[in-house]
Design a protein around this ligand. Structure first.
Ligand code: SF4
Length: 384
């Protein structure tokens, strides 16, 4: 979707950077990514999780390359995940980036721990050899030592302690821009940037400042955002605030989770954020009234909405559905949806794009009927 949804600031135009089959930045769709939680050296588990994430809609999958064994697993993972954009996540040991490069579509480095400029130069040369982009992933928790000290850190028992009030946004931005300068000094511009923090206002401010100072595509995320509920809220606020301002080209929701089903939640939340802002449409979106004492007796709005969501979770084609507990706002919401069901006395009415197509549908049959209509419409849309 290229046009800006109403009430959003126009999307900031960034450079375009290809990551595998997708182009990040410019007017391209904002891509949703995630990261595996498996040991990369466990090829079976890693491939299974990558494929599950991909099937759930994840468009770019990052995996840690933290050991030689992990790097050695990449050729087989690449072979079994052909076509899926893969990103090697590198910390501390730049040699692992050099080993990973032939088998991935992007390299992520953390400037706070990649070491000397010489190491960065080696990664650039290798990235150039394979035409790869590099994400400079700045993280509030691992800033370069000199930047940390400049912005208020102190050393205690040989450990770098952050300032009591936390680092300012400027520290994250300085780290990102310093690395942009290094990359540019070698003529490298296939760069994607992130300035993540677990502090939502700090992260929002850092991205705002960064977006005002360069035109590289931005990867949005609230890092270490916590378990599902906390992360969903923090990510929605942080990433959502930036997207409303037209900032951001790809995003990752970070949930503290290990199981594949929980990792898939990162993808679902990512798409829900984009969907809520009208930036991407994905799957079945159910609008349901909150219910009140006026809900027609025997019609269970909540149950029907949940059942539709669960039974249509496999549909990727965008279909907007409304489920309304009485006639008050029912027809109005139905007119804005592809398919709408409204309780009306002792039976339900079903609308397609505002036009009444069934009346007198027994409440007990509503879910089945709606799921059938949603599937038919999804097929019709995807055949166009
Ligand atoms: S649509 Fe009807 S039942 Fe639902 S919240 Fe509104 S008034 Fe209440």
């Amino acid at each position: 979707m290229n046009s800006t949804p109403r009430y959003l600031r126009p999307r900031r135009r960034t450079r375009e950077v290809a990551v595998g089959q997708f182009v990040i930045g410019g007017a391209n769709p904002i891509r949703v990514q995630s990261m595996t939680s498996t040991e990369t050296s466990d090829i079976e588990a890693t491939v299974a999780q990558i494929r599950a994430l991909w099937e759930a809609g994840c468009e770019i999958v990052r995996l840690t390359v933290n050991t030689r064994k992990a790097a050695a697993a990449l050729p087989e993972i690449r072979k079994r995940c052909a076509g899926i954009p893969l990103v090697a996540d590198i910390h501390y040991n730049h040699h692992l980036a050099l080993e990973a490069a032939p088998y991935v579509d992007k390299i992520r480095i953390n400037p706070g721990n990649i070491g000397s400029e010489e190491n960065v130069r080696a990664v650039i040369q290798r990235a150039n050899q394979f035409g790869l982009p590099i994400r400079v992933g700045v993280n509030q928790g691992s800033l370069e030592r000199d930047i940390a000290l400049k912005y208020g850190a102190h050393v205690k028992d040989n450990i770098l302690m952050p300032p009591e009030e936390g680092y300012p946004a400027e520290a994250l931005v300085e780290s990102a821009l310093r690395n942009v300068e290094i990359l540019e000094s070698y003529g490298f511009t296939r760069t994607i940037l992130s300035v993540k923090s677990s502090n939502v206002p700090l992260m929002v401010e850092a991205y705002r400042q960064l977006s005002a100072q360069c035109d590289y595509p931005l990867h949005l995320g609230v890092t270490e955002a916590g378990t599902k509920d906390n992360s969903n809220i923090k990510s929605s606020i942080g990433i959502g605030a930036l997207l409303l301002d037209g900032i951001g080209d790809t995003l990752r929701v970070s949930i503290a989770a290990r199981r594949t089903e929980e990792k898939i939640e990162e993808v679902r939340t990512g798409f829900k954020i984009l969907q809520a802002l009208g930036l991407r449409q994905f799957g079945v979106e159910v609008v349901a009234c909150p219910t009140c004492g006026r809900e027609d007796q025997g019609f269970d709005t909540t149950r029907i909405a949940r059942e539709i969501e669960e039974r249509c979770a496999d549909i990727a084609t965008p279909v907007k559905v409304s489920v309304m507990g009485c006639y008050v706002n029912g027809p109005g919401e139905a007119a804005e949806a592809d398919l709408g069901v409204v309780a009306s006395g002792t039976a339900a009415r079903i609308y397609r794009r505002g036009e009444l197509i069934s009346s007198q549908v027994p409440f007990a049959e509503v879910t089945d009927r709606m799921v059938q209509l949603i599937r038919e419409l999804a097929e019709e849309k995807s055949a166009r």
